[in-house]
Write a protein that binds this ligand. Sequence first.
Ligand SMILES: [Zn+2]
Length: 94
Amino acid sequence: MIEVTVRFEVDDRPTTPGEIEDEYLAEMLDHTGEQARQHVQARLGAMRCPEHGGAPKVTVTAQYQTDSEQMELGYHVDACCSRLLMMAVGALNH
Ligand SMILES: [Zn+2]
């Protein structure tokens, strides 16, 4: 397992599912965040840097726009070196 942080933004404002009054939207964000977390763990959970032994850290940003009803997921990876970064980004995009 690695460290995965999920952030939520609705209409470009940072928020959390618990703060959202629209129950349907809150549940959708919660669900999307959980799926993204599982996706990252499945792909990167066992990954370690062959040189330094470090694990990648991932921040997922789930951005929702209410006017267009579009959800976008962004992945930010922190790694001990560029080699691990390349491995992690490659595995995420695979
Ligand atoms: Zn490294």
